[in-house]
Design a binder for this molecule. Sequence first.
Ligand code: SF4
Ligand code: SF4
Length: 333
Amino acid sequence: MSIYTQMHDKYGSPTHVAEFRLFNLNDCFKTCESCFYKRSGNQIIDYAQISTFAAELSSNGYQLETCYLLPTDFFENSENLKLLEREDIQAVVNQFLYLGVACTLEGETDFTKFKEIINKLQIKEVEVQINLIMEKLYQDEYYREIRNNVSKLRSALDGKCVFNIAINLGQPLSPKELERIEFFVHNISDDGIIEINFTFLYNDLIPKKIKSKKLRNSLKSMSQIGKMYNSVEGPYNERTLLRKPAFIFKGSSCHLCPILPFDEYVFINNENYQLKKANFIEFLSTFATIEKLNEPTFDECEECTNLKTCHGKGYFMAVKEFELPCFLEASYE
Ligand code: SF4
Ligand code: SF4
């Protein structure tokens, strides 16, 4: 059962749930396909302000769901662990139910220190996103390595963790790749879903035209993935940009992200989506600004039964920014 389904069961309709994505991890030497993340120089300037913002969201009725530390492999170097020992970062993380970390779980891993730190935090669970290394996808040894590390980490944290499979999209996936990804999801992911990352959106050196092309390719792959995994929850669920906002923190900036069907967030590096300051009033003000960009784009939208959800997620913002087609069109191509 996915975290979201659990959250839904626990808190009812997923109204007012928020997540933070903090880009503060560095130095990754892994080889995940289609990784365009900046792997060094990631930092957050003002954790105190982020902590205050989290508290403000909470006092305004938002359940703080997951705080992710991104974008590199969390277990790749000890500096990431040191970050998590910092009081100002713990002050943010401790307000959330889940700490989210991305990793590859390759090789020999030692989770002793991580366990110590997690046990001191007040979070409920760690969400571990395992990025698949596509070039090793068909190696049995790679699969066994991940399985072993999952068991090791689960036992170190006394089961206080949930594992997901993640891939970077941007390129079309072959039927063979889809089949093997399904195998990993089926055997490793606790919630049976796959997390999609659009790493290219975070890279300022990639021209918008290329980003647009990669997103279109991603939509096609997502609709194929969705057919396989999303039998419990359809892409057109009730989560909206206002009810479940995701905030991306990079340097001193804070961005609000529209959602694609299947609930993947789209980072748009443009001032309309950037909060002037990370606080609740600016969140509402930014939301109001981008809502004006959220007009239904296609003739079919008016009569479409998905209009409410497409609109609620801010899908039309992404459509305008990246010249995307209707999601249904991408599904049936
Ligand atoms: S996706 Fe993350 S873990 Fe993989 S290479 Fe890129 S930064 Fe490293
Ligand atoms: S599914 Fe397509 S036609 Fe329907 S509202 Fe969304 S974008 Fe418009």
